[in-house]
Design a protein around this ligand. Structure first.
Ligand code: SF4
Ligand code: SF4
Length: 345
C-alpha cells in the first residue's frame, strides 16, 4: 500500500501543480460555510472543516445544467432542431471529500448508471472523477455514517484517503486510478511507522460512540403498503414547512426538473435539481396533484430513502448518514427518528 506524508502547505502546492492534468476541486470557505470550488488562482483551499454545506455531488451532477440547445432563428437552416449542448469531461479530482459523501456518490450512481438507464452526462463525468477522501477525525453529533453502512474513514468509493495528522496529511492510495493521480503529485515523503500508527489511532477513535450498522432486512421485511398507510406520517410532517432544505443539501437526492428557456433567438433545455418536498413537484398538467398534501410529500421522501430504494436495489438505504438534513432542517425533523418509527411499526 502506497502512503506518503505531506505538510499541509506541501499538499496544497502539490494540488496546484496538477492543474494542467486535472480540474481540481477543493473545499473553500464560502461565507460561514465551506463548499467545493475549482482550484484556481483566486481560491484558497481550506481543509479545516467539518463538512461542506453542499456535498461534492454538484461536481458530477450540477445543480443546473444545459442539456440541449436550439436556434429559434427562422433564417437558420437548422432552426428548431434540438442539439446536445456542448460539454466537456476533463479528468477531475475532488480533494477532501468526506467518506459519507463519497458513499453518497455511489448511491446516486446506482440510479444514474444501471442496466435499465444510463444518464450520459453523469456517467461520463463520474468516470472522469477521482475522489480523494479526508477521514473524519471527529464526527459530529448529527453524523450517522456507520448506521448507513459507512464509517468516518470508509475507503469504499475513494481512490485516495487522507488522514489529518495536525500539521500534515498522510495520504494512502486505494485504487489504480488513485495511484495514477498519486504518481503525478509532487512533494511528500514516504510515511513511516509513527505516522501510520497515529493514523490508525485516529481511525479507531473516530468510531467511538458511532451507531451500530442498520440491519436493512428489518426494513425489507415490512409490507410496503403497511408502511405507506402507517398512522405516524401526519405527526412526522406536522412541523415541516416544505422549505426543501433537506433535499437540496442531501448528497443522495437525485431528482431533477426539465425546463425550456428562451432568450432572443436561442432556446435552451435545462435540467435543475428539484425537490419532492415542493407542492409543484408532482402537479400534473390536468391540475391533479397526487401529493397535494404536506404529509404525502414528507412520506415520499422517507419512503423513497428507507423503503422503495431498499426494495428496488438491495443495496442498503438511500442515505449516507451525512447528517445535513438533521443539522439544517429548521424544524428539527430527524431521519433517524423516522427510521425508528418505520422499523418498529
Ligand atoms: S428541511 Fe425540514 S422543514 Fe424543510 S422540507 Fe425538509 S423536513 Fe421539511
Ligand atoms: S437523508 Fe439526510 S443524512 Fe441521509 S444522506 Fe441525505 S442529507 Fe445526509
Amino acid at each position: 500500500m502506497t502512503t506518503r506524508i505531506f505538510s499541509k502547505q506541501e499538499w496544497v502546492e502539490a494540488l496546484k501543480s496538477l492543474k494542467e492534468d486535472y480540474k481540481v476541486f477543493v473545499p473553500v470557505r464560502d461565507g460561514e460555510y465551506h463548499n467545493f470550488k475549482a482550484l484556481d488562482d483566486g481560491k484558497k483551499p481550506d481543509f479545516d472543516y467539518q463538512n461542506t454545506r453542499l456535498s461534492a455531488k454538484g461536481v458530477v451532477y450540477p445543480q443546473s445544467e444545459r442539456m440541449f440547445i436550439c436556434s429559434l432563428d427562422e433564417n437558420d437552416a437548422e432552426a428548431f432542431i434540438m442539439k446536445e449542448a456542448p460539454k466537456e469531461y476533463p479528468p477531475q479530482v475532488v480533494a477532501g471529500i468526506r467518506s459519507c459523501d463519497a458513499h453518497a456518490m455511489r448511491l446516486v450512481n446506482v440510479n444514474f448508471d444501471n442496466p435499465e438507464y444510463k444518464d450520459p452526462w453523469w456517467v461520463r463525468r463520474y468516470r472522469a472523477t477521482i475522489l480523494v477522501g479526508l477521514g473524519c477525525n471527529e464526527p459530529c453529533s448529527t453524523c450517522f455514517c456507520t448506521l448507513a453502512g459507512g464509517s468516518p474513514f470508509n475507503r469504499d468509493v475513494l481512490d485516495v484517503l487522507l488522514y489529518d495528522l495536525g500539521d500534515r496529511f498522510l495520504a494512502e492510495v486505494i485504487t489504480e486510478k488513485g495511484g495514477e493521480f498519486f504518481s503525478r503529485l509532487e512533494g511528500g515523503k514516504e510515511a513511516e511507522g509513527p505516522d501510520k500508527k497515529m493514523a490508525q489511532e485516529l481511525e479507531n477513535k473516530a468510531l467511538e460512540g458511532m451507531p451500530e450498522p442498520l440491519s436493512v432486512e428489518v426494513l425489507r421485511e415490512k409490507v410496503l403498503l403497511d408502511l405507506f398507510n402507517a398512522p405516524f406520517w401526519e405527526d412526522v410532517a406536522f412541523s415541516c414547512i416544505n422549505c426543501g432544505t433537506c433535499t437540496y443539501l442531501c448528497p443522495t437526492c437525485w431528482c431533477f426538473d426539465i425546463q425550456d428557456e428562451v432568450y432572443k433567438k436561442e432556446g435552451d433545455r435545462i435540467r435543475n435539481w428539484d425537490s419532492c418536498m415542493f407542492p409543484l413537484f408532482t402537479l400534473h398538467g390536468s391540475g391533479h396533484n397526487p401529493r397535494g398534501q404536506k404529509f404525502q410529500r414528507v412520506r415520499q421522501r422517507f419512503m423513497h430513502k428507507l423503503k422503495y430504494y431498499v426494495d428496488k436495489y438491495h443495496d442498503g438505504i438511500q442515505c449516507s448518514g451525512c447528517g445535513r438534513c438533521v443539522q439544517f432542517c429548521p424544524v428539527n425533523i430527524d431521519i433517524r427518528q423516522v427510521l425508528e418509527l418505520m422499523k418498529n411499526f
